[in-house]
Design a protein. Structure first.
Length: 263
């Protein structure tokens, strides 16, 4: 069971922040320190994919010195989606009531997390959004912003999702939502993983809300974004959109069941 000391709010229950890492030794200590300054009682799980720079070893040292920090070691770089799914399972097995996604590189400000958790009182999934009023990006290359905005607009059109920032990776789930998402069937990675889980949540009828955040481009290390990640997102979102349209057409032209007449 999750330690009750992980509770920032008795109504929400214990909170775990899942932080995937690969070569983030220069960032992980700073981001966890900021997290615990903002919310001293939350727990953090570092999911390290065998970083050759020693990120995992540093995380172990942090965990040994602080019982709010936990570490999961994975033997290979299997992608962001697989790391998050592993972290979600770890959280659910230990009874955490809220599970948060957050990057290790400082692009997501832990100082924004209290507002996400506050919004979760009236929602099932809260998305930290760059593209709602009050949201912003800092020091982001223009081409990256264009890719992000384009991906969000395409997802809105293809999926009919009324979400401004469905690709963002700073978000808070209620545990019962994750339990319903059939995590074993999630194959998407990176950029597309975020769309996948948000869309599954919407399809299940859960309430999704957006809270403005400030996204800041990393100062140390290299971005994990690649052309393959963008292509995967385009292909999968197109497939999901076609499936959605096919379902709508089938429902539109399906024979209507006759209502028995009263005699």
């Amino acid at each position: 069971m999750a330690d009750q000391q992980a509770q920032p709010d008795r109504e929400l229950g214990p909170v775990l922040v899942v932080i995937p890492t690969y070569n983030e030794r220069d960032n992980i200590g700073k981001i966890v320190k900021r997290l615990h300054t903002a919310l001293p009682k939350v727990h953090a799980l570092v999911v390290d994919d065998g970083s050759p720079d020693g990120t995992g070893q540093l995380a172990d040292e942090m965990a040994a010195a602080d019982d709010r920090v936990h570490v999961m070691h994975r033997t290979e770089k299997a992608g962001l989606g697989a790391a998050y799914v592993a972290g979600f399972r770890w959280a659910l097995e230990r009874g955490y009531a809220v599970v948060v996604e957050m990057d290790a590189d400082g692009s997501h400000a832990p100082e924004d997390l209290p507002r996400l958790l506050d919004a979760l009182h009236d929602a099932d999934l809260v998305l930290g959004s760059r593209y709602v009023p009050g949201g912003s990006t800092v020091n982001w290359p223009k081409y990256r912003e264009l890719i992000s905005r384009g991906g969000n607009v395409y997802s809105q059109v293809a999926l009919g999702a009324k979400v401004k920032d469905i690709t963002g990776g700073f978000r808070a789930f209620r545990a019962e939502v994750l339990q319903r998402l059939k995590l074993d069937t999630v194959a998407s990675q990176g950029y597309c993983f975020q769309i996948d889980l948000a869309w599954r949540t919407i399809e299940l009828g859960h309430r999704v809300v957006e809270v403005p955040i400030t996204f800041t481009e990393r100062e140390i290390g290299e971005s994990k974004m690649s052309g393959n990640i963008v292509r995967e997102a385009l292909w999968r979102v197109t497939k999901w959109g076609v499936r959605r349209r096919a379902t709508q057409l089938r429902d539109l032209f399906a024979p209507k069941a006759k209502t028995p007449s009263n005699r």
